[in-house]
Design a protein around this ligand. Sequence first.
Ligand SMILES: Nc1ncnc2c1ncn2[C@@H]1O[C@H](COP(=O)(O)OP(=O)(O)OP(=O)(O)O)[C@@H](O)[C@H]1O
Ligand SMILES: [Mg+2]
Length: 223
Amino acid sequence: MIEMIKVGRSYLPDIQALTDISFAVATGEMFFLIGRSGAGKTTLLKLICNMETPTNGLIEVAGYNINKLKGKKLAFLRQKIGVAYQDFKLLSDRTVAENIAISMEVSYKKPQAINQRVRDLLDQLQLVNKHDTLTCELSRGEQQRVTLARSVANSPRLILVDEPTGNLDASTTERVMELLTRSNKAGATIVIATHDESIYRGSNKRVMELRDGKIHSLARSNH
Ligand SMILES: Nc1ncnc2c1ncn2[C@@H]1O[C@H](COP(=O)(O)OP(=O)(O)OP(=O)(O)O)[C@@H](O)[C@H]1O
Ligand SMILES: [Mg+2]
């Protein structure tokens, strides 16, 4: 689903956010990205969804060189990628339900199906009573869950999740991971950037650690 070959990303004047990154994520995999603050996790996720472009190297997503795609082809591929941003990027003057519905409206789903999906997601994330609340009135942990619900709502083939549990208690974290696991079992490939060891420990999933913008290790988490 994802292949990076010798990818680098630098920022002016002399920040080397990522250097010589080569790895691949298989279709249907749940893959974890870890590393200290500033290691390059968010930059890597932004490169995969074409929010940032690499300074060098090649990135293929679903077999396409995502940085070369343009117009309709790019829009079509982007619709198949759900992203939960570390800084949420919710529309603050819209309700919780409206924010979650957006990705489904863009792909012309029927209103009835959209409403049902929104209600199911809110139920799974214990946010049913926030359906009509403006997102600017939510706590950070609630905003984080709305962001997650929006990223999975349209059943994308690839889901990129940046720090999904940072503001959550243990039982809400479990709910979030259940939702992601359900999407994964339904066939979605998922990449999760996290500081929360509890969500991958003992999972037998692959975990890649970045250190100073380079791959430090890539191994299965089986302890
Ligand atoms: N738009 C930008 N302009 C300049 N520097 C940037 C930009 N985006 C990221 N960086 C720098 O690139 C490096 C990697 O940042 P990144 O946000 O990818 O780290 P991270 O691993 O996601 O950290 P955190 O765990 O704190 O979220 C940092 O040194 C950061 O300051
Ligand atoms: Mg980050």
